[in-house]
Ligand binder design. Structure first.
Ligand code: 3PG
Length: 394
């Protein structure tokens, strides 16, 4: 972005891809965590101050490739406008007639938000020509492209990948800041290096576990995904989340890892996932048949805390339990507090864990970095090529 600002952007139309994929309340559609909108501000402010005419493209949720009012970016446009201190109109389409006429009418320093790019099926299409046609229309809205959507750089989508091939392109401030920190995790991290992984699906995390195991001193596993590991150790897991087809892989990983993979010692169980249900803490070998494990227990929090206390580099991705409900919050809170207390670099990796930090009222400033990218930061740590970054590299 600095290169572009040095070149001068006054009066130029700049297409900025941002990740404004914020969680919304299911009933009211109100934004429940505006972290990603706030993270987009440095780039947008810098461009406005330099007199650019800013066209913002973003996705929200996973609509099925057609306009769907429940995935409209309208609440995001309103919040973005409040935070920028200027009105941010929302185009009625992605790159159609309304977007074109509104982009053409922008004045210096104005900001326009395009409607959810995933209202066009071509955005996520596997077909290069389909994505290319949408990318042509997006590119026609601007003179230059800024990719600031760190959370989406792992997606080979029209507004992330193809459009960058059609316009002069640079990385925005958020992408630069995220890469700065993630590079510190991949290049000679200070040791001990401890990674904490949680979240529901172990199958989503196996690739990153394989990639990280040779590099970390400890890998602490909690959340729904821990039950497949516990099953691999021979424990009964009751009605807890279990990916039976991954048990063998988890068993192999445990054998390879020796004492580097650390599993929970106890869990909070309940007969169902509900806020006013009776809960109990049991050892991992004692999960009753009819019960669900919904959080890690206090002995686990203490053990994980002990591992984290001595760490110099920490990456944490994924909640330890279903923290949305109070009875199952303590594990995530305990780990979040232990990560915050780390004397060294602590990185919270995106999505649910970043939302957990804010929703549990923890001090964001206590962390070295809170990434806006869940999947993107994991794929970066896996060492995979991320299309949205590869396309900027020329
Ligand atoms: C995210 O929420 O991780 C990003 O916004 C990407 O969203 P996606 O997983 O729906 O592509």
């Amino acid at each position: 972005l600095d290169d572009l600002l040095a070149e001068g952007v006054s009066g130029r139309r700049v297409l900025v891809r941002t990740d404004l994929n914020v969680p919304l309340d299911k009933q009211t559609r109100a934004i429940t965590d505006d972290g990603r909108i706030r993270a987009s501000l440095p780039t947008l402010q810098a461009l406005r101050e330099a007199g650019a005419r800013v066209v913002v493209a973003a996705h929200l949720g996973r609509p099925k490739g057609a306009p769907d009012p429940q995935y409209s970016l309208a609440p995001v446009a309103a919040r973005l406008g409040e935070l920028l201190g200027t009105e941010v109109p929302l185009a009625a389409d992605v790159a159609g007639e309304d977007a074109r006429s509104r982009a053409a009418a922008l004045g210096d320093g104005d900001v326009l938000l395009l409607e959810n790019v995933r209202f066009e099926a071509a955005e996520t299409s596997k077909d290069d020509a389909e994505r290319g046609e949408l990318a042509d229309r997006l590119a026609a809205l601007a003179d230059v492209y800024v990719d600031d959507a760190f959370g989406a750089v792992h997606r080979k989508h029209a507004s992330v990948y193809d459009v960058a091939q059609r316009l002069p392109h640079v990385a925005g401030r958020l992408v630069a800041a995220e890469l700065d920190v993630l590079t510190r995790l991949t290049t000679d991290p200070e040791r001990p290096y401890v990674v904490v992984l949680g979240g529901s699906k172990v199958s989503d995390k196996l690739a990153v576990i394989e990639a990280l195991l040779p590099k970390v001193d400890r890998l602490l596993v909690g959340g729904g995904m821990c039950f497949t590991f516990l099953a691999a150790q021979g424990h009964g897991v009751g009605r807890s989340l279990l990916e039976a087809d991954q048990v063998d892989t988890c068993r192999r990983l445990l054998a390879e890892a020796g004492d580097r993979i650390v599993l929970p010692l106890d869990v909070v169980v309940a007969p169902e996932f509900s806020a006013d249900v009776e809960t109990a803490v049991v050892g991992v070998g004692e999960i009753p048949d009819g019960q669900l494990g919904l959080d890690v227990g206090p002995r686990t929090v203490e053990a994980f805390g002990g591992e984290l206390a001595g760490a110099r580099t920490v990456f944490w991705n994924g909640p330890m339990g279903v923290f949305e409900l109070a009875p199952f919050q303590a594990g995530t809170r305990g780990v979040a507090e232990a990560v915050a207390a780390v004397d060294g670099l602590s990185v919270v990796g995106g999505g649910d864990s970043a939302a957990a930090v804010r929703q549990l009222g923890l001090d964001e400033a206590a962390y070295g970095h809170i990434s806006t990218g869940g999947g993107a930061s994991l794929e970066y740590l896996e060492g995979r090529e991320l299309p949205g970054l590869a396309v900027l590299a020329d």
